[in-house]
Design a protein around this ligand. Structure first.
Ligand SMILES: [Fe+2]
Length: 372
């Protein structure tokens, strides 16, 4: 508060002090601006006395130090009095009140309202600051949580992949153990898986099912675990009883697969790879399209490999002859469309070099398209 006359200054300071405000006084513009520089005020009241004290000039100069302060000029004539809408954002607004003792209650009201408004604005700002701090904390916590969750998920995924790989290895090991019993079928499961995969890709099999199909093809004969060695390893043709027993292997395989969660998706390839297109296959005597595609694919790959490799009772046939036999049996034993794809594109050439180098044994009659 600035006023050149000490008595009037003391009286006004006492009046505003009743509002509970801390009041600082100054008797000159220089003194007032000096005080404002070190302690910005919320309310600045100054006396305007024409020709002797430029209170309005002081208020204008105070904008630099206290831009949002409520500024009040006490003027001597009612003509000069202007009461404006003061808001803290309206920096520089100067309210002019008449400096009569009768108008002092008006001064108290304006100052009181201005202080309330300033307090409200300050509270609002404090709230915004607090909220932004809380939000920042929340964001940091979320980020931390996100990182922890990602790390845990990665660890779990890695563990799951390791477990999956271990399970696959165990199952492949089992299939290989069956193969190992019979040196003539060595590598058969791997080749059937490879032919199946390439045929599936060529015929437009769903990409997300390829891995399962390959797995199913590899393990299609897993039911041979339950076939007696005397039958499984018999070097010559099987008699009727032996064939009946041998033909139990798809159902035995299905029973194994249905008990192992990981093998459930490949059950159809295991159970139905000996079905025939014309319904004369086993175990379910399915016909044509009712045979699951995976089983139809594996059936062709299985038959082709049986022809294209040496067996105890026959020797390997060249690619062209294998294809000719498959074409002849298409529509009877195998899906004709799949056979066309397999033969036209010579998909059996995958292992051509391998079976070209296989030793040819004399005395074995070729028995085509009849994998056990
Ligand atoms: Fe089989």
């Amino acid at each position: 508060m600035a006023h050149p006359q000490p008595e009037a200054l003391g009286e006004l300071a006492e009046l505003l002090g009743q509002l509970g405000l801390q009041v600082e006084t100054a008797r000159s513009t220089v003194e007032a601006l000096n005080k404002l520089r070190f302690q910005p005020a919320h309310v600045i009241v100054s006396q305007q006395i024409s020709g002797s004290f430029d209170g309005i000039g002081l208020l204008e100069a105070s904008i630099l130090h206290a831009p949002e302060a409520l500024r009040i000029a006490l003027v001597s004539s009612p003509d000069e009095a202007v009461e404006l809408d003061y808001r803290p954002a309206h920096g520089g607004t100067i309210i002019r009140l008449v400096a009569r003792p009768s108008e002092r209650s008006r001064l108290v009201v304006v100052v009181g309202e201005g202080v309330k408004l300033l307090n409200l604005v300050e509270q609002q700002r404090e709230l915004v600051r607090k909220l932004s701090v809380d939000q920042g904390k929340l964001q940091r916590r979320e980020l931390l949580l996100d990182t922890v969750v990602k790390e845990r998920t990665k660890e779990l995924e890695e563990s799951y992949e390791k477990l999956k790989a271990a399970n696959r290895q165990a199952l492949f090991g089992l299939a290989e153990a069956i193969e190992a019993k019979d040196p003539y079928t060595k590598g058969h499961c791997g080749r059937v898986a490879a032919y199946s995969l390439v045929l599936a890709k060529e015929m437009g099999y769903p990409a997300d099912g390829l891995e399962t199909l390959e797995f199913g093809a590899f393990l299609h004969d897993i039911g041979k675990i339950g076939i007696k060695d005397a039958v499984l390893l018999k070097p010559g043709p099987l008699d009727d009883t032996e064939w009946t027993h041998m033909r139990e292997h798809p159902v035995k395989g299905y029973e194994i697969a249905s008990k192992i969660e990981m093998l459930k998706p490949i059950m159809s390839a295991v159970r139905n790879h000996h079905e025939r297109w014309d319904g004369s296959g086993y175990p379910d005597k399915m016909i044509a399209e009712s045979i699951p595609v995976a089983a139809r694919i594996v059936a062709i790959a299985d038959a082709f490999d049986a022809m294209a490799t040496d067996r105890p009772y026959k020797k390997a046939l060249p690619l062209e002859e294998c294809e000719a036999v498959l074409r002849k049996t298409a529509g009877k034993m195998y899906d004709p469309e799949l056979i066309t794809i397999f033969c036209d594109r010579h998909l059996g050439a995958l292992y051509h070099d391998d079976y070209d180098n296989l030793p040819v044994e004399d005395g074995h009659e070729a028995e085509v398209a009849s994998s056990k």
